[in-house]
Design a protein around this ligand. Structure first.
Ligand code: F6R
Ligand code: MG
Ligand code: MG
Length: 362
């Protein structure tokens, strides 16, 4: 069994919330390098916007204490660098002071899966900035349940029976499974509300074989107020009975509106970009996603290939930018601004409190 763990945190932005500093990435490399061999099979230090993502392979299984502690140590290290350079929001995603067991509840987000490596094992690691975990609901549904995106569901006998979706209720702290295509309408009932219901995993119908895993932590819910964003990551295994690489990328060819962007308080288009262009600056956005393709070979990470660095996604980027203009034209009005219940986790309630006494009963 090989495990792939993607653990991410924003430990300081350069400049503002637009990117990461090369010194912080170097520090992460320095801390991970000596662990290649003793603890890790392989690793890559990746980034999107102001988030550092550690892509690690190992044999320890998911939610392993040593792996999570290593990530925690890396983020302490990159925070120290960020503090030295007075980067913006240094250490903003590290909520706890002490590590115990896993990084769950401590601020960093993570997605992990353990599996028997196939004769060839293509995997895509998606990293997004300026949005939240529910942003993956629509693209996952399209990848694994929509034959207009994934013709393999119709054509490939290994995919024809469909997939099982595991959905987490972020508010009720519950989890449920839906088997598709039979229960697609039931599934959509929930995942159509991505601020509350988030797809956590997709499994092959044959059993517990993982096909997709997402990070489902929401910083704002954890901290009860607005602290950075919960910029999510996702791992998707591809080919041979799973979505082809191109089927897994296809949902991003049309822009979708996701929550996040400026102050974590606005709907905006999720724009697929190359690693080089993953530096959200306009209105601190718009939200972005990168796709890192790997072949896993005996646990080694062969790659990444920068999968959205393809001119075929230019039209999606143009459409996203047009949508960005349309949404921006609404200024402080919904539905550009998030609905009131979502704004509870921002700094807006403080302002509301100040002016609330103006209202008299009628
Ligand atoms: C969005 C994000 C930024 C900040 C914004 C204000 O995820 O992190 O848009 O919310 O730059 O930041 P502060 O309040 O720290 O000045
Ligand atoms: Mg930030
Ligand atoms: Mg971020």
């Amino acid at each position: 069994m090989v495990t792939i763990s993607v653990i991410k945190a924003d430990t300081g932005g350069f400049v503002g919330h637009t990117s990461v500093h090369p010194d912080a990435l170097r520090r992460a490399e320095e801390i991970l390098a000596p662990q290649k061999g003793p603890l890790l099979i392989d690793y890559r230090v990746a980034h999107v916007g102001d988030d550092i993502a550690l892509v690690m392979t190992h044999a320890r299984g998911v939610e392993n204490e040593d792996i999570h502690r290593l990530a925690w140590d890396v983020f302490q290290g990159t925070t120290a660098v960020a503090k030295g350079l007075k980067l913006y929001g240094a250490g903003q995603d590290l909520l706890g002071d002490s590590f115990s067991g896993t990084v769950r509840g401590l601020g960093p987000g993570y997605a992990e899966m353990a599996f028997e490596e196939r004769p060839s094992e293509p995997v895509i690691v998606f990293l997004a900035d300026k949005t939240s975990p529910g942003a993956w609901n629509l693209p996952i549904y399209r990848m694994f349940a929509d034959p207009f995106t994934t013709p393999g569901l119709v054509i490939d006998p290994k995919m024809h029976s469909g997939f099982v979706f595991e959905v987490l209720d972020l508010i009720g702290n519950r989890v449920a499974r839906f088997s598709c295509p039979e229960e697609a309408y039931d599934l959509l009932l929930f995942i159509g509300a991505p601020s509350r219901y988030v797809i956590r995993r997709v499994l092959a119908k044959s059993g517990e074989e993982p096909a997709c895993a997402t990070s489902t932590q929401r910083l704002s819910l954890m901290a009860g107020r607005y602290v950075g964003k919960d910029d999510p990551v996702m791992i998707v295994r591809c080919q041979s009975g799973l979505p082809a690489v191109g089927e897994a990328l296809e949902p991003f060819a049309r822009p979708m509106l996701v929550a996040g962007w400026m102050r974590g308080s606005h709907y905006g288009p999720l724009m697929p970009v190359s690693v080089e262009d993953a530096t959200p600056s306009r209105f601190d956005g718009p939200p972005r996603v990168v796709a890192l393709g790997f072949q896993i070979a005996g646990g080694r990470l062969v790659g990444p290939r920068d999968l959205f660095a393809d001119p075929a996604f230019d039209a999606a980027r143009r459409a996203a930018l047009e949508l960005a203009d349309t949404m921006r034209s609404l200024g402080p009005f919904e539905p550009h601004r998030l609905p009131l219940d979502e704004m509870e986790y921002t700094t807006m309630p403080e302002v509301l409190k100040r002016v609330e006494k103006r209202f008299a009963s009628v």
